[in-house]
Structure formats: structure tokens, C-alpha cells
Design a protein around this ligand. Structure first.
Ligand code: UT7
Length: 339
């Protein structure tokens, strides 16, 4: 039987400082009612000075290793678009901080789809025998890249990290990643981007502009793309693994806006109540959003062992991804603010 990646443990963290809608409304032309009704977000967590993406990733990784009951892996994959620095990757630092030794470690840059891209890379490494056990972390600290004047991004994004340990097993075990659908469209690059800091800007001959260090987003177009791409990718995935919408107990979709979650459910023919909603507590945490939502749902026993879980994500790139599993019997600790 084919070697398959199995979910063995999960862990997640958010920084301790919570930033309420009311606090944002003191400096931006916005208000709590607008943010709640147009996005579903009530609060989010932002890091304090001195905390990096690597710190959050390490804390989440430690909890995932504990959840899986292991202290070693063969590979660490960190999905992030806000790494500690442009070079080198942050994953080796995380591996070292976790005391994992000189294991293979690399970053994946796929914005909000990064965690599912990471699961797919880990599943490939396990299937091919490159690794027997993999730590996949999704972590982002977008608060350091938000233009404080930009209400379309500042109200949405929160910081956080979520991690999963995958082990080798068989496709018929609970927790097996049953298949993937992945895609990208570079023609949409400018819809959500940090324009500065890369070779395009550095090679332009122009002095770097401080504004280009901020993330910009064309919200309306991203909304439409998010709905269409997550629905289409989910449908392809379900067909590939032989599930119908009626088989899906829970859908962990990228948490950007509750209206996106509802529209994806409608397009897929899923009850809206099947969509996990965690963004009210943490906002859009980019690469961390799916493992945070899953951790929250597992701890509250919303998701139970044996439940069929569809995961789907969309983000900058453009990028999108979907996968699915039957939820395994694992011990998951609540989301921590201990970084
Ligand atoms: O994570 C990667 C993927 N990202 C996404 O999927 C993000 C998807 N986009 C969104 O979630 C939404 O587009 C936003 C939350 C960013 C914006 O919501 P919207 O409903 O698309 O707002 P809009 O830009 O269409 O603006 C509607 C109205 C406008 O006023 P008028 O012209 O109708 O008078 C805006 O000026 O709402 C106004 N507005 C706001 N008002 C208060 C826009 N943003 C705000 C705000 N507070 N923060």
C-alpha cells in the first residue's frame, strides 16, 4: 500500500496582545459595526516589539511536537510570507530553536495558501521516503507590514502560528491526507503584494520607497477570486478523492472574511454551519489560519475523531490549495499565548 502522510499532532499560538475593533477605530476611519458586519472579525492579536515570525513558529511547533508525543522529525517546512529576514529562510532557525538538530528545513512562500502547500510538500517527502516524520508550520506576522493608514488591510490581518506533525502511514488510516489540488495565477500578483524588498525593486535603479514595504490588497477582487478559487479547487479535490459535498462534516477554509466562507459553502452546496469560523477571534492570520481554525475546533470538540474534514485556501500569488482527511484520534492543546 502507498506510504501516506498522517496527521499525528497539532499546536497553535497567537501573541498575547489582542487588538479590538474599537482600538482600530480610534486611529482609522472605521468602526466596530462595519468591521463585524462586513468581515465577521471582532478582534485579532498583534505581536509586541521584539517578537518575530520565527518565535511564533517555534512556539507552535513545540506544541505540535508535544501533541504528537515526539521530539524529533526529519524535515521542517515553514510556510510564511513574513519570514524573519529575506535571506536565509526562517525554518532552519525554527528547527534549531526546537532542538531538532541539523535536519532539512526550508520555507514556502505561498501567502495564505502556504500551510496547505506545506502539507503537500510534506506528503510528497513522506510518500517518496525522503522523510518519515515532518513538522509543517504556517506562521505570519503581518502586523509588521500593515500601513497604519490603510483600513482595508489593517482591520483584517492578525498574527499567529499553527503547526502539524505528519508521520508515515497508510491511506486507510484516520488522519491520512487523501489528495491535493494546488494552483496559481501569477497574472494576479498585484492583487495582494508587498511590492518592495525584492529583486524587482532592488534592480529597478530607483531608491527603495518606504511605502513599498507595506502590504497592499485590492479587497473586492481578492474577495471574488477567493470565493471562486476555493470553491473550484474544493470541487476538484472532492471529485479526485471520491467524496461528495454531503460527505463533508467540516470545511476549514482560509479565514479572510465570514462572507467569503458563507459564499464558498453556498457554491459547494454545504450547510453554512459546516464552515469552521475562527476569524472572529483572530482575524486573517494568513498561513496560520487553517491550523489555528482546526486547533480551535478540535479543542472545543466541534471536530471529533472520524469526522471528514475538507481544507481549502486562497491567497496572494495568486495561489490556492485544497486537501482533506478523516480527523484522527489526537490530543490537541488549546491555542496558547505563551510565546
Ligand atoms: O487573505 C488573502 C485573501 N484576502 C481576502 O480574501 C480579502 C477579501 N476582501 C475582503 O474581505 C473585503 O473586500 C474587505 C473587507 C477588504 C473590504 O470589504 P468590502 O465589502 O469589499 O468593502 P468595499 O471595498 O467594497 O467598500 C464598501 C464601502 C465603501 O464605501 P462606499 O463607497 O460604499 O461609501 C468603502 O469606502 O465600505 C467602505 N469601507 C469601509 N468603511 C469602514 C471600506 N473599508 C472600510 C472600513 N471601515 N474598514
Amino acid at each position: 500500500m502507498t506510504r501516506t502522510a498522517i496527521l499525528a499532532g497539532m499546536g497553535a499560538v497567537v501573541p498575547p496582545r489582542s487588538v479590538e475593533n474599537e482600538e482600530l477605530a480610534r486611529t482609522l476611519d472605521t468602526n466596530d459595526t462595519w468591521i463585524r458586519t462586513r468581515t465577521g472579525i471582532r478582534t485579532r492579536h498583534w505581536t509586541d516589539t521584539g517578537t518575530s515570525t520565527g518565535d511564533l513558529a517555534t512556539a507552535a511547533g513545540a506544541r505540535a511536537l508535544k501533541s504528537a508525543g515526539v521530539d524529533s522529525v526529519d524535515l521542517v517546512i515553514l510556510a510564511t510570507s513574513t519570514g524573519n529576514q529575506p535571506m536565509p529562510a526562517t525554518a532552519p532557525e525554527v528547527a534549531a530553536a526546537l532542538g531538532l538538530g541539523q535536519v532539512a528545513a526550508y520555507d514556502i512562500s505561498a501567502a495564505c495558501s502556504g500551510f496547505l502547500y506545506g502539507l503537500s510538500a510534506a506528503a510528497g517527502a513522506i510518500a517518496s521516503g525522503v522523510a518519515g516524520r515532518v513538522l509543517v508550520v504556517g506562521a505570519d506576522v503581518w502586523s509588521t507590514r500593515l500601513d497604519p493608514q490603510d483600513r482595508s488591510t489593517t482591520i483584517i490581518f492578525g498574527d499567529g502560528a499553527g503547526a502539524a506533525v505528519l508521520r508515515a502511514g497508510h491511506a486507510d488510516e484516520p488522519g491520512a491526507l487523501l489528495g491535493f489540488d494546488l494552483g496559481s495565477d501569477g497574472a494576479g500578483r498585484e492583487l495582494a503584494q508587498v511590492a518592495g524588498g525584492g529583486s524587482r525593486e532592488r534592480g529597478s535603479g530607483r531608491p527603495p520607497s518606504p511605502e513599498d514595504a507595506y502590504m497592499t490588497m485590492q479587497g473586492k477582487e481578492m474577495f471574488t477570486q477567493a470565493v471562486n478559487k476555493m470553491a473550484a479547487s474544493s470541487e476538484l479535490l472532492l471529485e479526485r478523492i471520491g467524496w461528495s459535498a454531503a460527505d463533508v462534516d467540516w470545511c476549514a477554509a482560509h479565514q479572510a472574511n465570514v462572507r467569503i466562507l458563507h459564499t464558498v459553502a453556498d457554491l459547494l452546496g454545504l450547510e453554512r454551519s459546516r464552515m469552521l469560523v475562527h476569524l472572529d477571534k483572530v482575524g486573517n492570520t494568513s498561513a496560520a489560519s487553517i491550523p489555528l481554525a482546526l486547533t480551535d475546533a478540535a479543542v472545543s470538540e466541534q471536530i471529533k475523531a472520524g469526522d471528514r474534514v475538507l481544507m481549502t485556501a486562497f491567497g496572494g500569488g495568486l495561489s490556492w490549495a485544497s486537501t482533506a482527511m478523516r480527523w484522527p484520534e489526537i490530543d490537541v492543546m488549546e491555542i496558547s499565548t505563551d510565546i
